[in-house]
Design a protein around this ligand. Structure first.
Ligand code: GLU
Length: 448
């Protein structure tokens, strides 16, 4: 797995032994370690300081019970998590995921990834992640509020605008952020805007934060395509998911002249060769909070496939924006066989190990999540800057900053890949560039 590097093999074995049953965490660690052999040859001090071993053991793991009451007065118990991984570069930063599948392994894989993703943004951010196995689907507004209040009551003591700054992820949007912030404010008696990001615009949110992950993904892909004398113009694009990342990726693809021909949700896929109308998706998903199958009722050129696999549809560019491990080795083979030229990860770790191998072997342009979806957290950092200065920036200025950050991430990752003898391999470039940044900060700050 690590090209015969015994040191990395033994570190990986220790991580899997120490964290049994956390398959996604093992996968995220394995993926980073597989890039690091040449780094240790160049920086032996990272070995002496046990940097990887330290990075694989979170600074702090907070697990708590969340007891809340539904509208009928029935009590429910969920489990809450916050894993503060590393704060070598800045306060802990990363989203909260509310989804029934969430367990410690989910939060650890996401938190581990977040350290490196945040490092790539160039902003002063550490890495963390949190969440709960709470299922927001089908809950009333009042129930969501009850849950968020109880969740924050447990967590608030570990947070702070210079300590740990959560945000959204799957199942946590601006509504949940509002309820979480409200309870934090009540408990601390402080309007500490920078303690959470993804706030609504009328009380401390940043313009472009809603669009940022999707837009950022497309900005980075656009850079990569241009670097290979290609562009989105006239390209067929499939985007899995129909949540926040997918919607704004679709919007930006269309603005750049691409055609989004398929999108999905956990129930099924919509396919429309004449191009999907993103405003209809916004209405269904953001306003009505309904399933994507509704789309076919409004557009007769669209077909809905219940339980369909979006990766079977022939496309030029694939943007997985739903969830982890959604592209298997077989899906990757199908995409390659059907002529895909580029893949950009909007979700966190959406491609399996096998899938990545298929794409790399086929020479497909591949942008890994750490680089490709960093625009969300980068704009969270811009939100923190505005909050710290009690300032409000325009959409144009914030969008310009986001675009610059994504360009820099691409340059940094492709330059690093080249420097380490793997030109074009952005996985290697992202892992190495981010790791060196965090590791040198840890060495500078001593044995703590
Ligand atoms: N959950 C997002 C991510 O995966 C955003 C995190 C943030 O803004 O802190 O990067």
């Amino acid at each position: 797995m690590f090209g015969g590097d015994e040191k990395l093999e033994s570190i990986y074995k220790e991580v899997t032994d120490r964290n049994p049953g956390e398959a996604e965490f093992h996968q995220a660690v394995g993926e980073v370690l597989s890039s690091l052999s040449p780094v240790f040859a160049k920086y032996p001090e990272f070995c002496d300081y046990k940097i990887i071993e330290r990075l694989c053991e979170p600074d702090r793991q907070i697990i708590f019970r969340v007891l809340w009451e539904d509208e009928k007065g029935e009590l429910h118990i969920n489990r809450g998590f916050r894993v503060q991984f590393n704060n070598a570069l800045g306060p802990y930063k990363g989203g909260l995921r509310f989804h029934p599948s969430v367990y410690l392994g989910t939060v650890k894989f996401l938190g581990f990834e977040q350290i490196f993703k945040n490092a790539l943004t160039g902003m002063p951010l550490g890495g963390a992640k949190g969440g709960s196995d709470f299922d927001p689907h089908g809950k009333t507004d009042r129930e969501i509020m009850n849950f968020c209040r109880r969740f924050m009551t447990e967590l608030y003591q570990y947070l702070g605008d210079e300590t740990d700054v959560p945000a959204g992820d799957i199942g946590v949007g601006s509504r949940e952020i509002g309820y979480l912030f409200g309870q934090y404010k009540r408990l601390t008696h402080r309007f500490e805007a920078g303690v959470i990001t993804g706030k609504r615009l009328n009380w401390g949110g940043s313009k472009v934060r809603t669009e940022a992950t999707g837009y950022g993904l497309v900005y980075l892909m656009d850079e990569m395509l241009k670097d290979h004398k290609k562009s989105f113009d006239g390209m067929k694009v499939t985007i899995s998911g129909s949540g926040n990342v997918a919607i704004y990726a679709a919007e930006k693809v269309i603005q750049l002249g691409g055609k989004v021909i398929a999108m999905s949700d956990s129930n099924g896929v919509i396919h429309d060769e004449s191009g999907i109308n993103v405003e209809t998706i916004k209405q269904i998903k953001e306003v009505e909070r309904k399933r994507i199958k509704e789309y076919a009722k409004f557009h007769e050129t669209a077909a809905y496939y219940d339980g369909g696999n979006i990766w079977k549809i022939e496309t030029d560019i694939a943007l997985p924006c739903a969830t982890e491990n959604e592209i298997t080795g077989r899906d990757a083979e199908t995409l390659v066989k059907n002529g895909v030229i580029a893949v950009g990860e909007g979700a966190n770790m959406p491609t399996t190990f096998e899938g990545i191998k298929v794409f790399l072997d086929a020479g497909i342009l591949f942008a890994p999540a750490k680089a490709a979806n960093a625009g969300g957290v980068a704009t969270s950092a811009l939100e923190m800057v505005q909050n710290g200065r009690h300032d409000v920036w325009t959409f144009e200025y914030t969008d310009k900053r986001l675009k610059e950050i994504m360009k820099d991430i691409y340059k940094n990752c492709s330059g690093t890949a080249e420097e380490y003898g793997k030109p074009g391999n952005l996985i290697m470039g992202a892992n190495v560039a981010a790791f060196i940044k965090v590791a040198t900060a840890m060495v500078d700050q001593g044995i703590v």
